[in-house]
Design a binder for this molecule. Structure first.
Ligand code: NAP
Length: 548
C-alpha cells in the first residue's frame, strides 16, 4: 500500500476553475475519506491512468482525502473482493461503496458527491431516509449502471451510496461505468442509464426520488405495483415542513432558472423546484448551437453555468417533485416532504419526449429503445441504430452518435428535414445516411433486446425489416401541463399552457414560461419568458391587476 500524494507540479486532469471550487467544497469535509484505487497495473490502459490520477488529484485538494493505489492481485483486492479494475472503494473499512470504472464526465459528479456523503457518514442520512430504511432486514447489493454523458445518473448513484451509509451491515453499493464494461452491462441487460439492479433480481430504469428508491430497495417491488396493491393510498401530511415564499417556480430548466434570478432581483423570495435534476432538456442536448454568446456549447456545460448563476440568488431544489397544488388565499404547493405557502407560481415544467406509439416501443425501452443520445449513445459504439425524426434534436443526436462511432441512419417521415440548414450540412459532411419518406411500424426484439424494426415507405407503401441494435426516438415533445390543467389553467389545443404576452395564465398569480407554453421552443426564448413571468409576478403582487 503506498501513499500516492505527489508534488503540486503536475499536469492536472481537473481544470483550474474546478480545482478551486473543489478545494473550497472539500474544506468543509467533516470526516476522513480514503480512496482505494485498484487496477490491473496496465499503464497503457487510459482508464487506469485516469482513475488513479483523478483520485490523487482529489487527495491533493483536500486535507481529509487520502488516495492509495493497489493492483488486482494485492492482498487488499482479495480482502475487499475486487476482481475488475479500475475500481475505487470509498472508506472500505466502514462501507461497501465502490465505483467500477474510471469516473468520467457526469460520473465524476457522482463520485465527488459520494466522497462528501462518506465524509459526513451518518450525518449524510436524513431522519426520513433512516426511518424508511428501518424496514430493511435483508442484505442488498445495488448496482447502478451509468455513463459519462448522463446527467441523471449521479442522483441515482447518490441514492445507492446513501443507503450503503445508512445500513452498512446490509447494503452494498456499486456504480458501474457501463461504457467501460460492455460485457457486464450486457449481462444485466442495460440499454438505458441510469439502470439499477438490486440483488441480481430487481431492475429499474431512471433516476428516482429518494422515497421511491428506498421503497423499492426494501420491498424489491416497483412503486407502481405497491401503489396498486395498496389501492393508491397516500400518507398523512401531518409531518410536513412548512416554508413561506413569495414565488414557487416549478421546473429548473432554462425558463425556471432564469425566473429564479429575476424574481430575487425584484425582491421576491423564490424557490425553484425540480422533480429531477436542473437543466431540463438542455442537460441531455449534446451540443447547443448559437445560444447568444456561444457558437456552440455542450448542453450540460450551459446548464452548469446557468444553475450556478441562479443559485447565487434563488433556492434551487432538485429531486423535489410537486404532488399537489391548492389555490386559496395562499397558493399551497405540496412536495413529498414540504408544503410551500406562496403568493404566486410559475409553471416552467417544460416538455417530455414524444413517443412513436408503435408496438415494441414500450417493451424495449431501455433495452435498445432510447430518447437520450448523450446518456445512452456510448453503449451503441460500433453498433447499428436508427434515429427517428427530422428536427434539430434528431440531427444533433445523429451527429453526436456518429461522432461516438455508432453506425447511425436517420429515418424521416418526409422528404425534407425540419432541422436547421447548418445541421443538415453537417449531416451531409459526416455522411449520415437518411431514409426518406419512411416511418417505423414496429420495433422488434428477441431475448429482451432490440433486434430490428419494421419500416414502411409512406409513398410506396412497401415495408422492410431492418436488423438493428437500437432505435433512438427524436420526434418532438409534448408539454408537461397536467399539473397546470388539474388546477384549472387553460391549455391550447396541443396541450401547451395558454399565456398572454406577459406569461400570465387565465388564473391570477399563476404564470407559465418556456417549452410548456409551446411556440418557438428555443433556450433563448425560454429564458426570455422566464424573466418576463417573474417580472409579471412581481408587478401583480405589488399592484394586483385582478383587484383593479
Ligand atoms: P421538432 O422540431 O418538433 O421535430 C420533430 C420531428 O419529428 C419532425 O421532423 C417531425 O416530422 C417528426 N415527427 C413527429 N412525430 C412523428 C411521428 N409520429 N413519427 C415520425 N416522425 C415524427 O422537435 P425537436 O427536433 O425535438 O426540436 C424541438 C425544439 O428544440 C425545436 O425548437 C428545436 O429547434 C430545439 N432544438 C434546438 C437545438 C439547437 O442546438 N439549437 C437542438 C435540439 C433541439 P415533420 O418534420 O414531418 O413534422
Amino acid at each position: 500500500m503506498s501513499d500516492t500524494r505527489k508534488s503540486n507540479e503536475r499536469q492536472w486532469l481537473i481544470p483550474e476553475e474546478g480545482r478551486e471550487h473543489l478545494a473550497g467544497v472539500f474544506k468543509k469535509l467533516p470526516g476522513k475519506v480514503t480512496l482505494d484505487v485498484f487496477t490491473d497495473g496496465d499503464e497503457q490502459n487510459v482508464y487506469n491512468d485516469y482513475a488513479i490520477r483523478f483520485a490523487e488529484e482529489l487527495a491533493l485538494l483536500a486535507e481529509n482525502i487520502e488516495a492509495r493505489t493497489h493492483t488486482l492481485d494485492s492482498e487488499e483486492a482479495k480482502r475487499f473482493d475486487v476482481t475488475i479494475g479500475p475500481g475505487t472503494l470509498l472508506n472500505a473499512d466502514d462501507y461497501s461503496i465502490r465505483f467500477t470504472g474510471a469516473p468520467l464526465g457526469e460520473e465524476a459528479r457522482g463520485f465527488i458527491e459520494a466522497i462528501m456523503l462518506v465524509s459526513a457518514g451518518k450525518g449524510a442520512v436524513t431522519p426520513a431516509f433512516e426511518k424508511a430504511l428501518e424496514k430493511l432486514t435483508e442484505e442488498r447489493t445495488i448496482r447502478v449502471f451509468s455513463s459519462p454523458g448522463c446527467p441523471y445518473c449521479p442522483g441515482q448513484v447518490v441514492n445507492a451510496v446513501r443507503a450503503a451509509i445508512a445500513k452498512p451491515e446490509l447494503v452494498r453499493a456499486e456504480a458501474i461505468n457501463s461504457d467501460e464494461f460492455p460485457e457486464l452491462s450486457q449481462k444485466y441487460g442495460v440499454g438505458s442509464v441510469p439502470h439499477t439492479n438490486i440483488n441480481d433480481t430487481f431492475d429499474s430504469i431512471g433516476l428516482m426520488p429518494e422515497e421511491r428508491f428506498v421503497l423499492e430497495l426494501v420491498t424489491l417491488q416497483s412503486a407502481e405495483e405497491l401503489t396498486r396493491e395498496a389501492g393508491g393510498t397516500q400518507d398523512a401530511r401531518d409531518d410536513y415542513r412548512v416554508e413561506k415564499v413569495d414565488l414557487v417556480i416549478v421546473g429548473a430548466g432554462p425558463a425556471g432558472l432564469t425566473a429564479g434570478i429575476y424574481a430575487e432581483r425584484s425582491g421576491l423570495k423564490s424557490v425553484v423546484l425540480d422533480k429531477s435534476v436542473a437543466g431540463g432538456q438542455v442537460a441531455v442536448t449534446p451540443t447547443v448551437e448559437n445560444y447568444p454568446g456561444f457558437k456552440n456549447v455542450g448542453g450540460m456545460n450551459l446548464v452548469e453555468v446557468l444553475t450556478a448563476h441562479t443559485r447565487q440568488y434563488s433556492n434551487v431544489r432538485e429531486h423535489e417533485g410537486i404532488e399537489e397544488i391548492k389555490i386559496g388565499k395562499n397558493i399551497e404547493v405540496y412536495t413529498a416532504k414540504t408544503v410551500f405557502l406562496a403568493n404566486a407560481l410559475i409553471f416552467a415544467t417544460g416538455s417530455q419526449w414524444r413517443e412513436l406509439g408503435v408496438e415494441g416501443e414500450d417493451t424495449y425501452f431501455g433495452k435498445g429503445v432510447s430518447h437520450c443520445a448523450s446518456c445512452d449513445g456510448y453503449m451503441f459504439k460500433g453498433k447499428k441504430i436508427i434515429i427517428v425524426g427530422g428536427g434539430n434534436t434528431a440531427a444533433t443526436d445523429a451527429l453526436h452518435l456518429k461522432n461516438l462511432g455508432v453506425d447511425v441512419t436517420l429515418v424521416h417521415r418526409r422528404d425534407e428535414l425540419r432541422a436547421e440548414q447548418q445541421l443538415q450540412d453537417a449531416l451531409k459532411r459526416d455522411d449520415v445516411p437518411i431514409i426518406w419518406d419512411t416511418v417505423v411500424e414496429e420495433i422488434k426484439g428477441k431475448d429482451g433486446v432490440v433486434t430490428g424494426a419494421v419500416l414502411k415507405n409512406v409513398k410506396s407503401g412497401e415495408t422492410e425489416e431492418l436488423a438493428l441494435d437500437g432505435v433512438f426516438v427524436a420526434v418532438g415533445h409534448v408539454a408537461n401541463s397536467e399539473l397546470a390543467a388539474q388546477i384549472g389553467v387553460n391549455l391550447n389545443s396541443d396541450g401547451t399552457i395558454a399565456v398572454d404576452r406577459s406569461m400570465r395564465t387565465n388564473i391570477p398569480r399563476i404564470y407559465a414560461a418556456g417549452d410548456v407554453t409551446g411556440g418557438i421552443r428555443q433556450i433563448v426564448t425560454a429564458v426570455g419568458e422566464g424573466a418576463t413571468a417573474a417580472l409579471s409576478a412581481f408587478e401583480d403582487l405589488q399592484s394586483p391587476r385582478w383587484k383593479k
